[in-house]
Ligand binder design. Structure first.
Ligand SMILES: C[S@@+](CC[C@H](N)C(=O)[O-])C[C@H]1O[C@@H](n2cnc3c(N)ncnc32)[C@H](O)[C@@H]1O
Length: 381
């Protein structure tokens, strides 16, 4: 009798329903089989998951932890013991982004505007499945959505089923790079939707992943939602950067050598922003038309011109996603969002009058954006 059949014939058939032994490495299977009849099975599985994680058997640990949680969803002990294993799989920002009303409504509006009845939609990055479900609501005949995190994909499937859309949404539990046309996705889709933009704009690989979608999974000319992404910015004063991230003399000791670790870029929403005041008009720092391939590397110079007097301490940067026909998301402060604006600290604060200019170099390598403020005076515009 195989290990799986043995397990299924025992007193805990529920375990076989939440954990397929074949997915575990052979080294981990005997541990699970040995526990199958234990009266405190979920707790023991939680302990086993910890042991597997300590041994760097990460995938096994995650599968076992997920099974423990599935068997005892309300057992606080099981949840606490497996929290640090499972959290790696589903980042906490998922909770933040789905509560971002402006984000959700902008995507919903874009989908309602662009989806035509009978269309098939392809998505990279299912998460909770919220965009896939909005696409179905907008009239899509079928949505194929891929998610690289197995646990997140499993949760998305449960959500889709719970919302009665299992026959309209296929969650593909794979990295987009491994999705196969003709296998996971029957044919090229009519429309692409994604939200693979992080606070840094490019860090979640929106450029290469959208290119991949265009090349492999979409019909020629299929609408892209969004079709253009950009970093916007302006000069600001009033940053609390120096208060939070500068060391001088503390308790009589000179701590200034520690300032070598003072961040050059920081999240303006979390202890560095303060009540910043904009000193120049917002401009597009860099933008990408996702309908075309981006170069491997590029940089350009940009001149920011002060529109009012003040002490420029940083360049503030935020995001703009364009969905076409005037449907745009922008988290320009004071607009709150799950995406936070960032500050790029100037090497030296500069006192500016209207018309004074400051040059910056803006570059990218498709996955990272860099902004280098000019050290010297850029003079008048
Ligand atoms: C910012 S979340 C968006 C989730 C959901 N679409 C939403 O809007 O709430 C991005 C998701 O994409 C997934 N992801 C990132 N890169 C991926 C890739 N190469 N293939 C498949 N999924 C990916 C992440 O695991 C994450 O769940």
């Amino acid at each position: 009798m195989s290990a799986t059949a043995a397990l299924e014939s025992r007193a805990w058939p529920a375990l076989a329903a939440v954990l397929h032994l074949g997915e575990l490495t052979p080294a981990a299977r005997p541990f699970v089989v040995a526990l199958a009849e234990h009266p405190q099975l979920p707790q023991r599985l939680a302990r086993l998951a910890q042991m597997l994680r300590d041994r760097e058997q990460r995938k096994d640990a995650l599968l076992v932890a997920a099974a423990a949680r599935e068997l005892a969803p309300h057992d606080i002990r099981v949840r606490v013991l497996t929290e640090w294993i499972c959290r790696r799989q589903a980042p906490l920002w998922h909770f933040g982004i789905v509560h971002d009303q402006l984000r959700n409504e902008t995507y919903a509006r874009a989908l309602r505007h662009h989806v035509r009845p009978g269309m098939t939609v392809f998505e990279i990055g299912t998460g909770t499945g919220i965009l896939a479900m909005l696409a179905v609501q907008a009239g899509a005949q079928h949505v194929y959505t891929c998610e690289m995190r197995e646990d997140v994909a499993a949760a998305a499937r449960a959500i889709v089923a719970r919302n009665g859309m299992a026959d309209r949404i296929t969650v593909i539990s794979r990295n987009a790079r491994d999705v196969k046309l003709g296998v996971d996705l029957p044919e090229r889709a009519d429309l692409f939707v994604s939200e693979i933009v992080d606070n840094t704009l490019l860090g979640e690989h929106v450029l290469p992943l959208t290119e991949l979608a265009r090349e492999r999974f979409l019909k020629p000319g299929a609408p892209l939602l969004p079709w253009h992404v950009a970093a916007m910015g302006c000069l600001v004063s009033g940053s609390k950067h120096h208060e939070h991230y500068r060391m001088d003399t503390v308790m009589g000791f000179d701590l200034t050598p520690f300032n070598r670790f003072s961040p050059l870029e920081l999240n303006a929403g979390k202890g560095g922003g303060g009540n910043v005041e904009m000193l120049s008009e917002p401009v597009e720092l860099v933008g990408f038309d996702l309908r075309h391939d981006a170069p491997a590397e590029a940089s350009h110079a940009l001149r920011l011109v002060a529109s009012q007097e003040g002490r420029a301490e940083a360049l503030m940067r935020w995001l703009r996603l364009d969905f076409g026909d005037g449907i745009v998301f922008e988290n320009r402060p004071p607009q709150q969002s799950s995406w936070d604006p960032h500050l790029h600290i100037l090497p030296q604060a500069r006192d500016l009058k209207p018309g004074d200019a400051l040059d910056v170099e803006i570059g990218h390598d498709r996955s990272r954006l860099y902004i280098i403020p000019a050290a010297a005076d850029s003079g008048r515009a």
